[in-house]
Design a protein around this ligand. Structure first.
Ligand code: HSE
Length: 444
């Protein structure tokens, strides 16, 4: 364990078991965001060692070779390592390493849904007995912070119904079959090439992965561990293009969903994973591709829907790191209320209007006379603003016409200047109406 001096933040060394997709993402983002950890925690989180199956394999994230080992236990037992991220997957070895880490007084963060589903009850008990943290945000729905939302944000609620898309790979397959009319086999081939499919394909295609996650959600919402054998588990293999088209005719889309119901009259809980036709108005029906989506019906809050990337390097690393930060806060007795982040102007400051890009909608009330549109267009062009669409509604009885314009990408400064100028333009009868055209996709 490192000693804290007055000037340097205490260093907490993080050992990563498994340097696959999620392990590499965690290493990368811990380093990239290194300047934030002392500000948030008063400590520096340093990814220090990682275990791999093969030292020779090429990796997309750079790591000094002396940080790598094929011996995961050597990381768990290394006295210099303070925190463990168990990202190796599988059940038996992962369980053994986790228990060893607890015995060493080390908190563990995991993305391992199969392990939590099958041995969560025992592992949570052992972590509590050892007085260490066990974080598992990354085990359900990748980057969507569903665990924290259920445990903390929605703690005032009972949940008669939780349902949603918990497996990104099968959702990717269904979405492409539906949108392109592509066959199951064809899309599965692409999913394999893209690295979406688990090594054991049945986990994704037969609903087992989604069932692991549904069991974890059922525990968080209702406090009971449901045996996987008691869960109805169906996958996507029997869904045809014909079914998808028929569902559309019924105003629905077919999704593979996990469903957790609780009847509060008899206090029974059911957990199931199966394909279902869902009305297209529901957000979950419109959650496509590798995205996951979870709809929570809370007795106090009403309906809350969370959607986002349910798998992959960056989103899953985001959840792993969030758990690391929480665990360290717990170790240091810090409040779980976020510490306010103070940054210097060099690190973050307000953008100037020139830097704020966007497209705009303008409505002008104009005198309907020859050359009016040309003058308006010229005024905009002088500020480098290009028109995307133009339409004019003529009004009767010599009333001013409405000229409705939309622009291509420009910025807040240019459009503000143009609007000031337009207001002065002869033939413009009123203060121009300006709205932003907000397309979140166009912002990044
Ligand atoms: N195979 C999983 C999925 C990975 O497709 O959602 C994330 O748990």
């Amino acid at each position: 364990m490192n000693i804290q001096t007055q000037d340097t933040p205490k260093v907490l060394n993080v050992g990563i078991l498994g340097f696959g997709t999620v392990g590499q993402g965690t290493w990368k983002h811990l380093l990239e965001n290194g300047k934030f950890w002392p500000k948030i925690l008063g400590s520096q989180l340093v990814p220090t060692r990682a275990s791999v199956r093969s030292l020779e394999k090429e990796r997309s994230v750079e790591i000094p070779s002396d940080c790598l080992t094929t011996d995961s236990a050597s990381i768990v037992n290394d006295p210099e390592i303070d925190l463990i991220c168990e990202l190796i997957g599988g059940v038996e070895e992962a369980k053994e390493l986790t228990i060893q880490a607890f015995a060493q007084g080390k908190s563990v963060i995991t993305a391992n849904k199969a392990l939590i589903c099958e041995h969560g009850e025992e592992l949570f008990r052992l972590a509590e007995q050892a007085g260490v943290g066990y974080g598992f945000e990354a085990s359900v729905a990748g980057g969507i912070p569903i665990i924290k939302v259920l445990r903390e944000s929605l703690v005032a609620n009972d949940f008669p119904l939780i349902y949603g898309i918990l497996n990104g790979t099968s959702n990717y397959i269904l979405t492409r079959m539906e949108k392109e009319g592509a066959s199951f086999e064809e899309v599965l081939g692409d999913a394999r090439e893209l690295g979406y499919v688990e090594a054991d394909e049945a986990l994704d295609l037969d609903g087992v992965d989604a069932a692991h996650k549904a069991v974890i959600l059922a525990y968080l919402a209702h406090g009971i561990w449901v045996d996987l054998n008691e869960v109805t588990v169906e996958g996507v293999r029997r869904i045809s293009n014909e079914d998808l088209a028929a569902a559309e005719n019924l105003g629905c889309r077919i999704k593979l969903i996990g469903v957790i119901r609780r009847n509060f009259e008899n206090n029974h809980v059911s957990v199931a994973v199966h394909p279902a036709l869902i009305p297209v108005e529901e957000t979950i029906a419109r959650t496509d591709g590798v995205h996951n989506g979870i709809c929570l019906n809370g007795s106090v809050v009403g309906t809350v829907v969370l959607t986002g990337r349910g798998a992959g390097q960056d989103p899953t690393a985001s959840s792993v790191i969030s758990d690391l930060v929480d665990v360290v806060k717990g170790m240091q007795g810090l409040s779980s209320m976020p510490k306010l982040l103070h940054v210097s102007p060099e690190e973050c400051s307000l953008a100037s209007p020139q830097e704020i890009a966007g497209r705009f909608y303008l409505r002008l009330s104009v005198d309907d006379r020859p050359g009016q549109l040309a003058k308006v267009a010229e005024c905009l062009a002088e500020r480098g603003i290009s028109l995307a669409t133009v339409s004019q509604t003529p009004h009767e009885n010599n009333q001013p016409a409405s000229l409705i314009l939309t622009t291509h990408q420009t910025n807040e400064h240019s459009i503000a200047q143009a609007v000031d100028q337009l207001e002065q333009l002869p033939g413009v009868m009123d203060k121009p109406v300006l709205f932003r055209m907000f397309d979140p996709k166009g912002i990044f």
